[in-house]
Design a protein around this ligand. Structure first.
Ligand SMILES: C[S@@+](CC[C@H](N)C(=O)[O-])C[C@H]1O[C@@H](n2cnc3c(N)ncnc32)[C@H](O)[C@@H]1O
Length: 303
């Protein structure tokens, strides 16, 4: 019998996974070899990728979920068949998959969320929360096993952060190849309780956008998000690289917008984004900025 999968019913157990975490070295590009004959042969029996720390937390990915529902909502609603969404690498407990299901269901009631984890005991721990066909859990890796389906969404949060940078491009390609024609891959990183987030969104053709999202109350400056940059960007936050220039300009705009802080951190963020958009191609309208988001085309920040 399936356990209740109401996200609100889990309480707040605090960060999970550390106790169960295995000490692993960073998986190399070789470990996620994608496309060689050898990997194709082994993929049938062995998930592609490597077990990494399983740290997760309830409500950690709410900012990412909110953006996903906003961005993907029209495609979810337009899908002819029940759309399939994957929470890849959900960790030591299934909270993020359960919550993703709850949030996507609001946009598309017959959505199917599949939590995929490479570590077998984490799959076993999640199974009591399955509610098939709406919410299921299975073992797998970057091959994204879906029994012939393609994913409308693949969300991989705090997964690639633990791999080597050289692995990223091949993994992105592999995951993008598992998307439906109008599907989206969202890959990024956040802090333990989801106050600071940065993610890349990719379509089947490749990277599209980068989103910075923060809890604005208590944010010192926008570059505080630098430590949460996704693997593809974090090693490029050095002078002379676009992401460093962007964060430097964002900090300046944030400082100049300090007087708006009297009206609240949201007003200050919106004022900073308005100023920043004179130099950088910020996407979206003020409504998203008010959520504490700032999104740019990938091309503006690509290393
Ligand atoms: C830090 S946890 C992230 C949990 C959750 N996504 C979150 O953000 O709270 C990373 C998880 O990704 C899993 N993982 C790593 N590589 C994977 C792969 N190739 N396929 C599936 N899961 C993977 C690890 O086993 C680990 O449980």
């Amino acid at each position: 019998m399936a356990a209740s999968f109401d996200p609100g019913s889990f309480g707040h157990p605090g960060p999970l996974g550390r106790a169960a975490a295995r000490r692993t070295s960073k998986p190399s590009a070789a470990a996620v070899a994608t496309g060689s004959a050898a990997s194709a042969a082994s993929a049938a029996s062995r998930p592609v990728g490597a077990v990494t720390r399983g740290t997760t937390n309830t409500n950690r990915l709410r900012r990412m979920d909110r953006w996903i529902v906003h961005t993907l909502g029209p495609a979810l609603r337009a899908a002819r068949q029940p759309p399939v969404a994957v929470d890849l690498g959900y960790g030591a407990a299934p909270w993020t998959a359960v919550e993703l299901y709850g949030r996507l269901r609001a946009a598309r009631p017959d959505v199917r969320v599949v939590g995929i984890e490479i570590e077998p005991s984490r799959v076993a721990a999640a199974l009591p929360y399955a509610a098939p066909p709406a919410l299921t859990f299975r073992r797998g890796g970057f091959e994204v096993p879906l029994d012939g389906d393609r994913a409308q969404l693949i969300r991989a949060a705090n997964v690639l952060r633990q791999y080597e940078e050289e692995a990223v491009e091949a993994v992105w390609q592999r995951l993008c190849g598992r998307l439906a024609p109008d599907g989206l891959l969202v890959e990024g990183t956040c802090d333990e309780i989801g106050r600071r987030h940065v993610w890349v969104a990719l379509g089947p053709e490749g990277p599209r956008t980068v989103t910075f999202a923060a809890r604005l109350g208590g944010l010192g400056r926008p570059s505080d998000l630098a430590e949460r940059l996704p693997k593809a960007l974090i090693h490029h936050n050095v002078p002379g690289r676009p992401v460093h220039a962007f964060l430097t300009d964002f900090d300046r705009a944030w400082a100049a917008a300090a007087p708006y802080g009297a009206f609240g951190a949201r007003q200050r963020w919106v004022a900073a984004c308005t100023a920043l958009s004179e130099r950088w191609p910020l996407l979206d309208e003020r409504g998203r900025w008010r959520q504490g988001e700032a999104t740019l085309p990938w091309a503006a920040l690509a290393p």
